[in-house]
Each structure stands twice: as structure tokens, then as C-alpha cells.
Design a protein around this ligand. Sequence first.
Ligand code: NAD
Ligand code: GLY
Length: 373
Amino acid sequence: MLHEEISVNLGERSYKIDVGQGLLDEAGSYLKPFLADRNVFIITDEQVKPIYLEKLEQSLKNEGLQVQSTLSVPAGETSKSFLQVERIVSALLTKGLDRQSVLIALGGGVVGDLVGFAASIALRGVDFIQIPTTLLAQVDSSVGGKTGINLLEGKNLIGSFYQPKHVLIDIDVLQTLPKNHFLSGYAEMLKYGLIDDADFFEELETNIDLIHGLDPEFLIAAIGHCCQAKARIVAEDETEHGKRALLNLGHTFAHALEAETGYSESLSHGEAVAIGIRQAFDFSVQQGLCQLEESCRVRDHLKKMGLKTRVNDIKGNWHFTAEKIVQHMQKDKKVEHGALTFILARGIGQSFIQKDVARTDILTFLDDDLHRG
Ligand code: NAD
Ligand code: GLY
């Protein structure tokens, strides 16, 4: 069986990531060391539940592991809420949660972020395991310990850094992932190439068919590569005081667009990231930092993959203005003393953190960008 193992080195909070094919069927044997003689709770969402919950439970049962209880939340971003945190923690306590219990997050980034946050505060912290079922969660959100929920005021404004005990990635689950969600995850995958790994960008650029065809060998290697990259960055800067911010390439633009579209079905997180990445490169060109050919190459690849690249590509009748977008940006967690921080690029694989971006510069860029559609 194809399989890669990656370590996230964080002292006593270190853990391993298994990436492979068919691992969900083997979950019992991979997870036994973490689950034996403990109360196990699985939390998933209503879309993932009918597809994968039984498979996971059966695999645990095969190893003699009992599941104390399973819970599901509605699928989608709205589940990243205080309401669901309270519901989950109350239900777990009713069903016998104790400090030795383990939670398993089975689902995409929404379930992972929500369960991770619930695990970090229930009884002041219980162990949790990530079994990510979207590409986005496999290459990004299940690794590194950022957990969180949303407020009306913005995304992920409540949360914690809380590392899982293990991450189990089965690429087979991507077979049932709707295409738009697969592409959303792809934007986060591409990000690693754009940050500091031009060779990886080129590998993705030249293997579009293997990516679209979900080629197992290519996917395991590519997802493993992303997890390695993330593990390296997180080991250096777990709580984002420096380098980890590079993982937010395209995200300042993306979060503002997501807020402006009300976190609705019109625009998923990954779709917003694709537009945001294109904007970050174009803004870098406008600032005289990056060659136009480099930003065109990024945009062309995103388009070839079938991703949105322009604000006009967003579904629905939204009226975006530069002023409104900048207002959202000013609520971002990365704002320091009111100053805007962006991840910009000198080229593919050459991203950097730019603090104190002038409000007028970004307003002018966005005005121009919105006029071009
Ligand atoms: P998601 O969890 O909402 O999943 C997308 C949809 O796909 C959902 O409807 C889900 O039910 C469905 N689904 C999941 N797996 C499936 C499968 N295998 N087959 C069929 N359907 C499946 O969205 P997402 O894109 O995975 O995650 C987005 C979230 O991740 C956002 O809230 C974002 O803020 C967060 N995020 C967190 C981090 C982090 O570091 N913690 C990083 C990036 C993004
Ligand atoms: N997804 C960004 C981070 O984990 O830091």
C-alpha cells in the first residue's frame, strides 16, 4: 500500500501524519495506540457521516476499539459557531466525556477547526485526532493546530493553538469530494509552491492531468510534500509570530471577500484563496516588486485548473467596493496598530511578509482590480 509518514516536531506536542491510500479501512490499527482503553467520540458533519462514519467505526471495531458516541453537525461554514461548540461539549459530557477521552474529527476544515477548538476547551483540554476528508484539510487545516470558530465580526476570531495527537490522511476519500471543494483545496496546495518552492509549483503546473485524475501516487506525494512544508513552518513558528504568516498568502484578500459574501455558498474559502493569490501577485506587480510574467503564470495556472481568479467570477449579485473590502481587511487578525499586513511576492516561490502597507495603495489597487472585473 502506498504510504508516507511525516513528523511534526514540536517537543512534547509532536505528532505524526500518515498519508496513504485506503488508510480509513486501516484506521483501527493506525489509531489503536491513541484510543485503546479510552472513551472515544467521533464528530463529523451530516454530509460526511453517511459516506464514511460506518467505515471508520467498523475499522475501529476490527481492532477491538469501542466508540462511546458519535455526533454530527450541519455541513458547512455556519457550523463553526459557539452554538455548535456548546452543543458538542454538552453532548459529550452527557455521554461520559472525561479527561482521558479522545475526540476524532472526521471531515473537512470546518469539522477539524470546530472539534479542535472544542477539544482545547472541554475539561480544559482533551486529546483529539484529525481524519481530514477534504483536500484543503489534508494539505493545510488538519496540520499545525490552528483551531477556531467564526463570529459575526469575522472569521476565526475565536480560537486556540491546539495540536492534534495524530493526523490520518486517506486520499481515497477525495473520490467523493465535490469538484468545487477539490479545487478549493488545490488553491491551498498551490500556495506551498508559491511561498518558497518554485520546483513544486512547476511540478503541479506540468501535471494537471494527474491532479484532475486523482492519480494516487501523485496525490500521496503532493499531499505529503505539503504536510512536510507545513510541518517545517509550524515547527519553526507554532504560534505565528513570524514565518507562519507566509501560509496566509492570498488570505487577506480572501477573508475580506468571504466576509463581503457573508460566508455563503457563493464563495468557498479555497475559491476565495485562489482569487486572493491572484490579487496578491497582481498587487506585488503594481508595487514594482514582481515581474508581470510571474503573476500571469500564476493566474493562467489557476484558470487552467478551473479556479476562479477574478471578483466577477463570484456567483451572485454582489456589489464590491474597494472601501468595503478594505474595511473587512482592517478587522483581520494580522492588523497591528491599524496597519495592514500582506503576504506579497517577488516571484513564484519568493513570498514575503510586507507590514505597513499603505491604505491608499491597497485602495487604488482594489479600485482598479474591481473595475477590470
Ligand atoms: P468543509 O469542511 O466545509 O468541507 C466542504 C464540504 O465538503 C462540506 O459540505 C463537507 O460536508 C463536504 N465533504 C467533506 N469531505 C467530503 C468527502 N470526502 N466527500 C464528500 N463530501 C465531503 O470545508 P473545507 O474546505 O474542508 O474547510 C474550510 C474551513 O477550513 C474554513 O472554515 C477555513 O477557515 C478552515 N481552514 C483552517 C485552517 C487551519 O489551519 N486550521 C487552514 C485553512 C482553512
Ligand atoms: N492555514 C494557515 C496556518 O495554519 O497557519
